[in-house]
Each structure stands twice: as structure tokens, then as C-alpha cells.
Design a protein around this ligand. Sequence first.
Ligand code: KG4
Ligand code: ZN
Length: 369
Amino acid sequence: MAIDNPENPDRKIPYVPPLVLGLETSCDETAAAVVDGEGQILSNVVMSQLDEHRPYGGVVPEIAARSHIDHLDDIITESLQNAGIAFSDLDAVAATSGPGLIGGVMVGLMTGKAIAAACDIPFMGINHLEGHALSVRLTGEVAFPYLLLLVSGGHCQLLVVKGVGQYERLGTTIDDAAGEAFDKTAKLLGLGYPGGPAVEKAAKKGTAGRFDLPRPLKGRPDCNFSFSGLKTAVRREVEKLGEDLTQQDVYDLAADFQLALTEAIIDRVGRALDIFLEQHQLEKHILVVAGGVAANKYLREGLEAACGKRGFSIVAPPPALCTDNGAMIAWAGVERLQLGQVDDLSVGARARWPLDPDAPAAIGAGVKA
Ligand code: KG4
Ligand code: ZN
């Protein structure tokens, strides 16, 4: 099957139905993408709001929601144009309906429902975390079950992905997400926003070992994470140094923070790898890593070593699909549509929406789903 490409009339685009439009507006990216039934990405448009939030050192929910309203229509138009299709070519619409910043979620959800109603095609309200969990199957042949480490600015979770809609959460953060810890530490050290890349760069110029920072929850039998104590420990060191804080102190603190956070994550992931091995005897054991923090090279090396020891391979979606995007939402829509899992238009926006509703609440857990 092929469709006309209005930007290039000589070239017809072959595609495999269903053709799904995916919308993502749950945090600070306004995104729309078109994906087909075989995981061909016909378009993937992402507009980051970084510049709008940078002056505040973090995402401001009200600014995010307003910006989604201002830009989503244009992003959708661009996404259809890049794919060379019209609304009438779509087979279904998928939009993030949670978890996330509720104002932004509502913008994408209502827009998605309106398109589905106008085109008279199925609609799916997608769990943002499911988008991340399945994105690796969009670009490669990764079979269920696999272990997922999701480390971003909003999430830090370990999940066994058993199938579409079938998740077992092994652990989650009881306070901050890993990216949030990077961002808050960067702010304390005056390194700018977003903090992850800035801290990683500063850490390269520093030497770890000067500061005694905690490895939160290390050695615990569960797989939960905690990062707020680590951030507080960095703050104390900054306060102790006071006006004497030098550039080299900042570099060394960044190095010690990155080391402590990596060691804490590796310990928690190691526990999850062991649990997964106890649960499953497979030909291939796979750890999928997704989310912006997965870009951190120091963490990646640590994860590779922990996986190598236990015979796991690491698979990560390409960076553009690791961070928030519409293609992962469209693909989750494709997978669900193929299983007949569609929603009616009464589906609502959810600020919290755990993938595994049976998971015990992590003590102290905040809004991290
Ligand atoms: O997945 P993402 O783009 O957005 C969501 O949070 O949904 O992740 C952004 C987070 C930010 O907190 C950012 O500081 C962090 O990922 N990050 C990094 C690196 N690059 C981005 N953290 C550590 N090292 C990095 N190189
Ligand atoms: Zn995300």
C-alpha cells in the first residue's frame, strides 16, 4: 500500500496499516508523530520548551500547559506534512492521558479526542510510561518479557515488561526522580539547566573521593530508589564551603555526586536483575534503558558492567526516542490497536497512573506514578 506525498509528488510512501497519530504533552515537550503498523516512523516532531523553563531552573506546570496550547496544532500540522498524509489517511489517534502535569495532559488528550471524533476513527488514551516501556519494540525486535529501567526527569522505575498492558513494577523512587536529582544538584552548584549534561561535563573536570556522599537505599532487598538525601548532602557540602567554594570544588562535588548516584542506581538495578533471573529462564535476558538520564555515559558504563556480570544485554532506543516524543505514543497506540484495546471518548486525564496497579505503594512516594 502507498500514499501520496504532497511534498514530493514523485515519491509515494509505502506503509503498513494501521497509520496512527501519536500526541505527547505530559511534561515540557510538545510532540506529534505518525507511525505505521510495522514501526515505520513517517514523522516525529518534537518541540522542547526548555528555553521557556530555563529561567526558573525547572518545569513550571502552568507555563508548560499554555505553551502546549499555543503550539500543538502547528506541531500536528507539521507532523502530517512531514509524513505526507492528510487527517483522512489516519486509522487511529493515540494521546498521552497520564501520568504527568495535568494541564498539559489535558491539552493533548482533548486535541486527540477531537481529531478522532472528527475523522470517526478509534482513539486510545496512552499511559506515558507504557510509551517508554514499548518504544524499544518500535526500533528493534525485542520480545517480551524484558526488564526496563526508566530514568528521566519525571520517573525512576524498574519494571518487568511482560506484554502490552502487563507490567510488574519492581521498584520506584520514594522521593525525587534521577533527572530531578541531577537538575537540583546542578542548581545548587550553579551549573545551569538542564542539569544532567552540565553535571556530567563538570564531573569530567573533577576528581571523585573528596566528599563523603550517601548511596541511598544501597543493599536493601527491594528495588526502590531515593535521591533527596543525596541532594541534601550536596547542599550541606556547598554550605560548609560557603564563600570559599572554588570552581574546582564544584567540579569535585559534581564528580562525587555522579559517582554516588551511579553506585546507588547500579545497586538497585543489580537487585532487579537478580530478581528477573529468579523469575525467568530465557535464552536472552535484556535490560532496556530509557529516559533522558540514560544519556549519561558514566551511568551507562556502570550498567553495562552490572549487566555483563549477569549475562544481560542492554538495549536502549536511539536518543531521540529515549526522551519524550510522539512516536513512542503512536507506537503504543499501534500495539494496543492491534490487540483491540481502544478507548471511548470519555477517558480522562490522570496526573497519577501506575503501570502496575498492584504494586505496593513505595513509602514516602510522591507524584512519580
Ligand atoms: O526523558 P527526559 O528528556 O524528559 C523527562 O523527564 O520526561 O529527561 C530529562 C532529564 C533531565 O532531568 C536531564 O537533566 C536528564 O534527563 N539528563 C541527564 C543527561 N542528559 C539529560 N542526566 C544525566 N546525564 C546526562 N547526560
Ligand atoms: Zn517521559
